[in-house]
Write a protein that binds this ligand. Structure first.
Ligand SMILES: Nc1ncnc2c1ncn2[C@@H]1O[C@H](COP(=O)(O)OP(=O)(O)O)[C@@H](O)[C@H]1O
Ligand SMILES: [Mg+2]
Length: 382
């Protein structure tokens, strides 16, 4: 079950019927090609007059343009991006209201830096699991972006592979750009007036990557971004998300199930799994203190997995092999399963009591999500 941005895969088909192609927005942005669409709007590649510079234009048009929730999400993105200036966070160039567009007047637009690359979602779909060195590099760049966002009191709340764009810089190094701050929340109280909207929006976000906080009716703070990135890191390394199946199974997984261990061939010593398990701790206070702390933990492992070079899958380093042998010896001594602090043991009775309590809550959320999806399916703009 993957919640992908639906129109990303078929830009050519969309281009032939999209009435916006060839139009000029705000007197200076010629819309050239449709890049994708999400829950919120449609994104185009545009050329800015008179320079011809390529930019990305996100439009909120059609019936959603008159819907307060969608307008608020657009505004959220603008407010968050206005605060943030970082090479791994998409740059905001302009925004405004569409004028002189006939029935579409009153719609909203955001002009952003164009990321000429691909999404992590597409990379995982086409290439499967990533080499650990590459996955760690991507995760650490996202953490760098999150550190800046959190320092400014901005929580992204929709971290997932479709919102992590990848491009190569002049030296061939893979660069991350974090996009879609439409669910972002500012911790300075700016957004407090519409918490119901964002709580609902968060629920409708991406269950595969969702932190358990909303299920426990806890506030969704910065630690939720870390949880979602933990899920993304697991998916990059394993080729699939840690909790899969029906919506209910996924929600229950987040709520009560232990984080699965990565395959042994990917993570022989369990150290990567330990980092992911900590990032995905059920209780926000048990996670890393902040993105920087998680990044430091990953940095310690980078050397074990072939370092910075993301073009080669190196054989295991001597150090990795030595640590593996040490770990195996320790495991033989303890007679344990080798996961160290990764799993906490719990009495079977306690586990099933916890599951049934959460099952009720997950069923309620699943039901409300089903209603949301039905409403979404009925709208031509989703
Ligand atoms: N700045 C950008 N550069 C290139 N492609 C982009 C950019 N912003 C968005 N996209 C593409 O458009 C898709 C939808 O964008 P997103 O911001 O997630 O919209 P929504 O708020 O509607 O979910 C993305 O998955 C990506 O493929
Ligand atoms: Mg999106």
């Amino acid at each position: 079950m993957r919640h992908s941005d639906p129109a990303v895969a078929a830009p050519n088909a969309a281009e032939t019927v999209d009435p916006w192609i060839g139009r000029t927005i705000a007197g200076e942005f010629d819309l050239v090609e449709r890049l994708g669409a999400g829950v919120q709007g449609t994104v185009y590649r545009a050329e800015q007059r008179p320079s011809g510079r390529s930019v990305a234009v996100k439009l909120l048009t059609g019936p959603n343009a008159h819907d307060m929730q969608h307008r608020m999400r657009f505004l959220r993105e603008v407010r968050a991006l206005e605060l943030l200036d970082h090479p791994s966070i998409v740059g905001l160039l302009r925004y405004g209201t569409l004028r002189d567009e006939g029935p579409e007047s009153g719609g909203l637009y955001i002009v952003e830096e164009l990321v000429e690359g691909t999404s992590l979602e597409r990379v995982i779909d086409t290439e499967g699991a990533l080499a650990p060195a590459r996955a760690l590099d991507i995760a650490r760049q996202v953490l760098d972006a999150l550190a800046v966002a959190h320092r400014h009191g901005v929580v992204h709340r929709d971290i997932k592979p479709a919102h992590i764009l990848l491009r190569r810089d002049g030296f061939g190094h893979e660069q991350v750009t974090l996009i879609d701050f439409g669910l972002a929340r500012r911790e300075d109280g700016f957004d407090d007036d519409d918490e119901d909207l964002t709580q609902a929006g968060w629920m409708l976000g991406s269950p595969l990557y969702m932190a358990p906080e909303p299920l426990a009716e806890l506030p969704v703070g910065p630690a939720a971004d870390q949880y979602s990135l933990g899920v993304v890191l697991f998916e990059m390394l394993a080729g699939h998300a840690p909790f899969r199946g029906t919506l209910e199974t996924v929600l229950l997984g987040h709520a009560v199930d232990p984080v699965p261990r990565l395959p042994l061939e990917v993570d022989p010593t369990g150290e990567l799994s330990a980092v992911i398990t900590r990032a995905m701790a059920k209780s926000p206070s048990s996670r890393f203190a902040d993105p920087r702390a998680m990044s430091a933990a990953l940095a310690e492992l980078t050397g074990l997995f072939g370092g910075e070079d993301d073009t080669l899958i190196d054989p295991p380093s001597a150090e990795l092999l030595a640590r593996f042998a040490e770990h195996e010896a320790e495991r033989a001594r303890d007679g344990g399963d080798g996961t160290g602090s990764v799993r906490r043991s719990r009495a079977p009775g306690e586990r099933s009591r916890r599951r049934s309590r959460w099952l009720l809550s997950a069923s309620a959320v699943a039901a409300s999500l089903a209603v949301g999806s039905a409403a979404a399916a009925a709208s031509p703009w989703f």
